[in-house]
Design a protein around this ligand. Structure first.
Ligand code: IPE
Ligand code: IPE
Ligand code: MG
Length: 231
């Protein structure tokens, strides 16, 4: 079985660069190319939703020049890939608070979202300025602001107030670079996700590495609380 929704924590760009005596920015550049290849592979395979952790709310704590590099790479990526996204019938969505972004980035992102809004084969979610806890806090605030009554607050309503509204929960979450944590990623949505960790640094995460992860996922038994015999 293929996951309907695959979410990835693209980690290890900095260590990849360091191991080669390169600057961290070179690692992020190589990471962008890896992301591009994974998007294409997911689309070919027929994965319907792909979510990439691109910039966390916590990442604002990084040096200013590194943040600037990340935004530059994102803007260039979106500008360069727009035609290809449309050709591949991929819709872009953002999970996170875009209002806090530099004007230029906001503009390119909004343009790409608009130009791909009718694409239907795959949704590419970029988690940008994303924090799982913040997402939940915002959802609660919005429900209160809209006067949602207590009895209408259900697990489904919660889902409808998250950035991922209307999309299935991730079936599989992959984290590269050997770190074994979620780093505030999709906390509500990850309730029953399968987790896959690999030591490979993100720039080295090729479509072949993805195939390995998907093969392992296909071997997992998802029980959702039932016994193995009931499945
Ligand atoms: C992931 O690589 C990219 C972002 C978090 C934006 P890192 O930059 O975290 O790489 P390491 O963890 O320092 O190796
Ligand atoms: C998680 O990676 C965020 C992204 C991949 C964008 P980090 O490298 O920021 O995670 P921590 O801080 O090491 O947990
Ligand atoms: Mg990291």
């Amino acid at each position: 079985m293929l996951p309907r929704h695959l979410a990835v924590i693209m980690d290890g760009n900095g260590r990849w660069a360091k191991a080669r005596g390169l600057k961290r920015s070179e690692g992020h550049k190589a990471g962008t190319q890896a992301a591009k290849n994974i998007v294409t592979r997911c689309r070919e395979l027929g994965i319907e939703h792909l979510t990439l952790y691109t910039f966390s709310k916590e990442n604002w704590a990084r040096p200013k020049d590194e943040i600037a590099t990340l935004f530059d790479l994102l803007t260039v990526f979106l500008k360069k890939e727009l035609t290809s996204l449309r050709e591949q019938d991929i819709r872009l969505k953002i999970l996170g608070e875009l209002s806090e972004f530099p004007f230029g980035v906001k503009q390119v992102v909004a343009h790409t979202i608009k130009k791909t809004e009718d694409c239907k084969s795959m949704t590419l979610n970029l988690a940008l300025n994303y924090s799982g806890r913040d997402e939940l806090v915002r959802a609660c605030r919005k429900m209160v602001a809209e006067g949602i009554s207590e009895d209408r607050i259900t697990e489904e309503t919660m889902s409808d107030y998250l950035y991922t509204a209307g999309q299935p929960d991730p079936d599989l979450i992959i984290r590269t670079s050997g770190e074994l944590r979620l780093s505030n990623y999709l906390l509500y949505q990850a309730a029953y996700s399968e987790l896959y960790f690999t030591d490979v640094y993100w720039p080295d995460f090729t479509p072949e590495e993805l195939d390995k992860a998907l093969a392992e996922y296909a071997r997992r038994q998802r029980r959702f609380g039932k016994t193995g015999d009931q499945i």
